[in-house]
Design a protein around this ligand. Sequence first.
Ligand code: IPM
Ligand code: MN
Length: 377
Amino acid sequence: MSDSTAQLVFLPGDGTGPEVVREARKVLDALGEGDAHPWSVEEHPGGAIYYRDHGKEWEPASEEAALHADAVLLGAVGWPGIMLPDGNIAGAALVLGLRRRLDLYANVRPCRLYPGVLHRISGKFSQVWSPENVDLVVVRENTEGLYTPVHGRLDRGGSTDVAVDTRLITRKGAERVIRYAFELAGRRGRGAPEDKARRVTCVDKSNVLAGCQFFRETYDRIAAEYAGVARDYAYVDAFTQWVVRNPEHYDVVVSTNMMGDIISDLASVLQGGMGFAAGGNIGEGHAMFEPVHGSAPKHAGKNEVNPMATFLALEMMLRYLGDRRSDSRFTRQADRLERTIARLLADGSVRTYDQGGTVRTSEAGDRVAAAIRGEAA
Ligand code: IPM
Ligand code: MN
């Protein structure tokens, strides 16, 4: 067990980011009350609005703090119309930048439907999928693929003629994310809802793309080391229909960067929407956790968005710290937070607008914090 305090860096960012991170702070403070808690939190500004106002995405000291943190919690970055000179979103340093700088190669996105959570389909609230059938994790490669900065535009005579993005799949990149997926299937232990089999599904487009063929060959080589985990394959196009029709078949799903980006947003519909989608960006020595929903300019400043994705990201962070530091104090708080969230979702007392409810962002935070205080640690 590590004696030192875990240094946590919170990056609220832009738009709804600060609104949900404020609530996460409330919840973490409630968890830390009473006993001396094994963490300390620093908050640093940054993102697109910061760039507009200061001409840089964040301060060097903030970057340093994030680079040396035991874990980072990111709200969201980006704002319409605020771009870097290279055409990328301002604030990218905090998300894409940190993923690469800290070599956070696995983007882990659990998709679990909690009892009491509704789906909005065609503007109506219903329960198309049942909680016992939705419990999968998408593991997305996070440092290469189509996001590799081997790209550019050919401008001639004042306008662009050609734009090119190069999709890079490396042996190292594929091996480590696939291995992560197999290890995770073992650690989760509960398998797919359908048959309780531990399974890693390789999602690719290997009927067409060389990079995907290489990714699948790598998958097969690594899979051979994990006898207790079933092999499973899906072309990404087919996967989009299968995961909707048969989510119970899936346990852990591994894919390349851009495909993982798309299928994890799709899968979030099964868990009640982006208001519940949390992700952990995991590397060897660092980790960053975030709600997947982004800065959501349309909803910013209205105190209406669902903070559950950020609470679930916080839970992932506590669980990660517990494992990494072999310190059960973090794991106990993660369990406590998860129990509380599950209870309040089941009794309908934290239904924000996206769930057809009227609970405000700050009220949801107050209710989770109060419920934590009311329960023994
Ligand atoms: C995500 C987001 C980011 C990505 C954006 C904001 C750059 O969509 O975390 O999924 O594409 O990875
Ligand atoms: Mn995305």
